[in-house]
Design a protein around this ligand. Structure first.
Ligand code: GLY
Length: 458
């Protein structure tokens, strides 16, 4: 099989669907527009919801995109495993009331086998348990033997992500071979190990879900497909994980260079290397889309990721600021698909440096205090750090609660989240009554993008 880079694969996909009458759109911003159900765009279809529901008319009823996405649901696993990440690119082709199952299935097969050149004998489709129509298409039109088509239930073959358009789906798995397998007798498509990995998801979008399991039938039958670009590259480049594909390896290598270390020498260090490699992509892209670090909403996600990466930099022995150096690699690797990265390079670097400087002032002290707190916990045989202590780390040393939690969980302890929220509330109420008597200098979104509160940047 010919090996293609991430940037080539993105181009090949978009050009293929343009040749099938699709309009290529640039990736939408990571910041959702008119959608309060999401903090950050988490799939290719998310920015297109109004076209699926019929609220808005699409520029064409066939569209193709490569969408930048962030998912933080599994953030605690990022770095620990080789397959989790917060940032990824999602390739997609979409039909708004135009083509449906026949074309979507045929084109996904054509792209994977004829354009990318994956071995058809290693590809296995799955369908929703009672979707006989999709089964028949795979069997009769594509020619897959019935025993090689898998029927799965709602957990695997019904796509929905929070509220919005959703429906049964048909996925395509690729068999990476025994070397990636668990070797268990029942290991086949659907096994949790790394042998059979899902590369493509054809969603037959027929419903609008309210996020609580209630569905209404959509007027149009639509197609929403998703293929993780880094995951496809993992297969095409025959590498172990997303952290080994060309664009991510370039960042990983830079992390190792800055830390004077090597990947896959020390498993603990590998966790830090992977976390930093992942998080720097998220914050670089978020910065380019105008997200700024703060203590709430998507700004909190930004801050938590950047500070988490900064702490892992410390664990690797990196001194001083290093995120901007890494952001330059992210920009170099991804500007092909996202020219806005290059256009906003100076701003991104400035923003990352400001946030990192701020945390650098308190991180070492905070880490020392936390180490003392951990010792006290151990002495008293406790496993939960009191809310007040968590709050102190947050308020004085800038440790987002999730960062404190992550650090403690590495040693089997955790935090009192309720106690933390109560301590926050006490501070909020105190601050509010203090504000009643203080003249405020509150400047909203100044030119550098930060808020000022009593002349202190917050
Ligand atoms: N929207 C389909 C997918 O992300 O898999």
């Amino acid at each position: 099989m010919q090996v293609y880079g991430v940037n080539e694969l993105r181009k090949m996909f978009l050009e293929f669907f343009e040749s099938k009458g699709h309009l290529k759109l640039n990736s939408f911003s990571l910041v959702p527009h008119n959608d309060n159900s999401l903090l950050l765009i988490n799939s290719g279809m998310a920015p297109l919801k109004p076209y699926f529901t019929g609220q808005e008319i699409p520029p064409r009823n066939r569209v193709t995109t490569c969408q930048k996405c962030i998912r933080t649901g599994d953030i605690e696993n990022v770095g620990k495993t080789a397959r989790h990440g917060t940032f990824f690119e999602m390739l997609g082709n979409f039909s708004f009331g135009d083509y449906f199952k026949h074309e979507a299935i045929a084109w996904s097969w054509e792209f994977l086998t004829e354009v990318v050149g994956l071995d058809p004998n290693r590809l296995y489709p799955s369908v929703y348990e009672n979707d006989d129509e999709a089964f028949e298409i795979w069997n009769k039109e594509i020619g897959i033997a019935p025993e090689n088509i898998f029927r799965f239930g709602k957990k695997d073959n019904f796509w929905e992500h929070g509220a919005g358009p959703c429906g049964p789906c048909s996925e395509i798995y690729y068999d990476r071979g025994e070397k990636y397998g668990c070797g268990e007798p029942g290991c086949t498509v659907g096994c949790e190990c790394d042998r059979y990995i899902e590369v493509w998801n054809n969603v037959f979008t027929q419903f609008n879900g309210d996020g609580n399991g209630n569905y209404t039938e959509l007027e149009n039958k639509n197609i929403d497909t998703g293929m993780g670009l880094e995951r496809l590259a993992t297969v095409v480049q025959d590498v172990t994980s997303i952290f080994d594909v060309d664009t991510m390896k370039a960042i990983r290598d830079k992390v190792c260079e800055l830390a004077h270390t090597e990947y896959q020498v020390d498993t603990k260090k590998d966790v830090s290397i992977r976390k930093i490699t992942d998080h720097i992509r998220s914050v670089t892209f978020m910065a380019s889309d105008g997200v700024i670090p703060s203590n709430e909403g998507r700004g909190y996600v930004f801050r938590r990721l950047l500070r988490g990466a900064a702490r892992h930099g410390r664990l690797l022995g990196i001194e001083g600021n290093f995120m901007a150096e890494l952001a330059k690699v992210v920009i170099r690797e991804s500007k092909d698909g996202y020219p806005e990265l290059e256009e906003k390079k100076e701003y991104i670097i400035k923003l990352l440096n400001i946030e990192e400087d701020k945390f650098n002032k308190t991180i070492d002290q905070g880490l020392n205090i936390l180490a003392e707190m951990e010792k006290e916990l151990e002495k008293s045989n406790k496993k939960i750090l009191a809310g007040e202590d968590v709050f102190k780390l947050y308020d004085t040393y800038g440790f987002p609660i999730d960062l404190t939690k992550e650090i403690l969980e590495e040693k089997g302890s955790t935090v009192d989240e309720k106690g933390f929220r109560e301590a926050m509330e006490v501070q909020r109420v105190t601050a509010r009554s203090a504000r009643g008597t203080t003249l405020l200098c509150y400047q909203r979104w100044t030119s550098c993008g930060f808020r000022y509160y009593n002349d202190q940047r917050c």
